[in-house]
Design a protein around this ligand. Structure first.
Ligand SMILES: *[C@@H]1O[C@H](CO)[C@@H](O)[C@H](O)[C@H]1NC(C)=O
Ligand SMILES: *[C@@H]1O[C@H](CO)[C@@H](O)[C@H](O)[C@H]1NC(C)=O
Ligand SMILES: *[C@@H]1O[C@H](CO)[C@@H](O)[C@H](O)[C@H]1NC(C)=O
Ligand SMILES: *[C@@H]1O[C@H](CO)[C@@H](O)[C@H](O)[C@H]1NC(C)=O
Length: 393
């Protein structure tokens, strides 16, 4: 008997470890997904998610294996989950069912493809690709995180999604890093990352090439830190549009740094509609490089992509905006454009160390210009182009 005891303990221990590691990981293949690019894998994914979300182990993981291509309807990954840390390890490739008439959506509709809602402590990571397969498809956002706290997303690639690639809505403490997002430069409304109603958002080390804004920040967002991003083609990093149809909108405490814009239509942009109210304030753009952006620095308080927009007195107040160390080239002659409202001017605009040359043709850079309407503030250090509406300090 005595001889067998250590053996038994080893056996018991190892089977415990096995059971636990298995009990922790929910592979979509074990829940019926096939990944042959033909079979509809929606149910396998949903079952694996249910098991992951229900699991009371410390850190359950839904596992999507590499080297497989999964075909999926909209996925509604609902929380709250039992564990405070829920992982989704996404290594395979995910494509959407091509024909929207085959889509089955629940009450929340088909506007989101992969949707995490009410999932706190979520970590989505891996080397996987989320491929929308382009314009044949319907118009949902590819990955949406709503009403969730403490979320991390890292490492994934997004290709050719027909609408916004990543949506963050009504969530706090969201960390996004190491994403690669790519859609054709001429694809409509393909924002890279769209942030709405979120607080404490950190975005770093992302490469974004899209047909619309690389990152757009809209109402109710505050305390955002965006660092080390390459953007272009695309419409740049935009705060707004804010204040559509007379609405009140506030975006504040946004810090954008170390961004390279290459061939983007805009660099750093703040855009607001006439007739709105609220604030875009406490914003810093620093260490930005523009390579041939159409409008490297722009505030547009007359944003109106439609034909009929009447002049209105109220506007979203743009104030306390710093532009520091912004260098490079502008494809248009006007490199700095502040178009602010007469009744609600832009105030406390700080510029420091700006050096942008016009380069309609790469080989012959020429002097860039600035345009200023109702903008007030202070400029210091090198100022090319000069922005004469600001007081020189
Ligand atoms: C996926 O394929 C690569 C290259 O063929 C291989 O190195 C890797 O082990 C495979 N991974 C899995 C999980 O099958
Ligand atoms: C992102 O990539 C960097 C550099 O490649 C790496 O050091 C870091 O660990 C990655 N971050 C995450 C959260 O995967
Ligand atoms: C910036 O992001 C890129 C990926 O887009 C990464 O390769 C690089 O290491 C990052 N740089 C720093 C200083 O973190
Ligand atoms: C201006 O914005 C910066 C950056 O967000 C902030 O640190 C500073 O306190 C703001 N200044 C005022 C007067 O609110």
């Amino acid at each position: 008997m005595a001889i067998f005891q250590p053996f038994c303990i080893v056996l018991i221990l190892s089977s415990c470890v096995l059971a636990q590691s298995h009990g922790n990981v929910f592979n979509v293949l074990d829940h019926g997904a096939i990944g042959d690019q033909v079979t509809d894998d929606t149910k396998g994914f949903m079952d694996a998610w249910e098991a992951t979300c229900r699991s009371s182990s410390a850190s359950p993981t839904m596992h999507v294996p590499a080297n497989k291509t999964f075909l999926l309807n909209p996925l509604n990954f609902r929380g709250p989950c039992s564990s405070a840390n829920v992982n989704v390890e996404m290594n395979g490739k995910i494509i959407g069912l091509r024909d929207p008439s085959q889509w089955q959506c629940d009450r929340s509709g088909c506007d989101k493809w992969i949707h995490f809602k009410h999932v706190d402590g979520l970590f989505v990571h891996g080397s996987g690709t989320i491929d929308g397969q382009g314009e044949k498809w319907w118009h949902p956002s590819a990955l949406a995180i709503t009403d969730s706290n403490n979320v991390r997303i890292s490492g994934l690639s997004f290709r050719n999604n027909p609408h916004v690639h990543v949506v963050l809505d009504s969530s706090t403490s969201v960390y996004i890093s190491n994403l690669s997002i790519e859609a054709p430069g001429n694809s409509p409304n393909t924002d890279g990352i769209n942030i709405r109603g979120c607080k404490n958002v950190f975005i770093s080390n992302c490469r974004i090439k899209t047909g619309d804004d690389c990152i757009s920040i809209v109402e109710g967002s505050s305390y955002l830190n965006i660092n080390n991003i390459t953007c272009g083609p695309g419409h740049g990093i935009s705060i707004g549009s804010l204040g559509k149809s007379g609405s009140s909108a506030t975006v504040e405490y946004v810090h954008v740094s170390d961004v390279v814009f290459s061939g983007a239509t805009n660099g750093v942009r703040i855009k607001t509609w006439q007739g709105g109210s609220g604030h875009a304030r406490h914003i810093i753009f620093e260490r930005i490089r523009s390579r041939q952006s159409d409008n490297p620095i722009i505030i547009d308080q007359f944003y109106c992509p439609y034909q009929h927009c009447t002049t209105q007195a109220s506007a979203v107040h743009v104030t306390n905006v710093t532009y520091s160390q912004i260098w490079g080239t502008s494809r248009r002659k006007t490199a700095v454009n502040f178009a602010c409202s007469e009744t609600v001017p832009c105030t406390d605009i700080f510029m420091d160390n700006i050096n942008i040359n016009a380069a309609p043709h790469r080989r012959h850079p020429s002097k860039a210009m600035s345009s200023c309407q109702n903008a007030h503030g202070v400029a210091r250090g090198k100022m090319v182009p000069d922005v004469p509406c600001l007081v020189r300090s």
